[in-house]
Design a protein around this ligand. Structure first.
Ligand SMILES: *[C@@H]1O[C@H](CO)[C@@H](O)[C@H](O)[C@H]1NC(C)=O
Ligand SMILES: [Ca+2]
Length: 175
């Protein structure tokens, strides 16, 4: 004899077993980037080379505010990693002053990337830089026609480039 409650429990188990017999098949794929056919809006970032950037051409900010603006957009200041990346981004820049994510505010002469919190690994200094002119140049920008690096007073208002993580696409197929 079953009480109504027992029957409910048994029926619950039976339906669970029945459902468990039909094991859905799943496959998970993870790929770099976003397939063209998937309409993902990544503005204001755009892909240049293999990374994603936002180039601020109209507003000029000091280094701290530029860093803040990039974070608000879900990114960080430009984090250059190679000569190849430097060449790619240069083609898209219109003037000769853009902040990067590098600073030696923590310890003069020790250039750190605020993206990684570690020593900057790619530094392509303009000739005779960094010179820490007047003892108050602690933020790094890309400068002059070749957009090479120079240390500059962090309070100067410059254009800047933000960068965001490269998107990855994860698909789950169930059938
Ligand atoms: C970072 O660079 C400084 C010299 O500029 C060096 O003293 C320090 O050990 C480096 N830190 C790491 C984690 O490599
Ligand atoms: Ca300088």
């Amino acid at each position: 004899m079953c009480s109504p409650i027992t029957i409910l429990v048994v029926c619950g188990i039976l339906s669970h077993l029945t459902a468990a017999n039909v094991v859905p098949r799943t496959q998970v794929h993870e790929i770099d980037g976003i397939p063209k056919e998937i309409p993902v809006d990544i503005t204001p970032f755009k892909k240049i080379g293999s990374k994603y950037y936002f180039i601020e051409e109209s507003v000029r900010l000091n280094w701290f505010n530029a860093d803040h603006k990039c974070r608000q957009l879900g990114g960080h200041l430009l984090h250059l990693e190679s000569e190849e990346e430097h060449e790619a981004i240069k083609q898209h820049l219109n003037v000769f002053h853009y902040w990067t994510d590098i600073t030696d505010l923590g310890q003069s002469g020790n250039y750190v990337s605020t993206t990684t919190g570690l020593n900057a690994t790619f530094l392509n200094w303009h000739p005779n830089q960094p010179d820490n002119q007047g003892g108050k140049e602690h933020c790094v920008h890309m400068w002059d026609i070749n957009l090479l690096m120079n240390d500059l007073d962090c309070s100067y208002a410059l254009r800047f480039v933000c960068e965001t993580n490269s998107p990855r696409t994860v698909s789950v197929v169930v059938w």
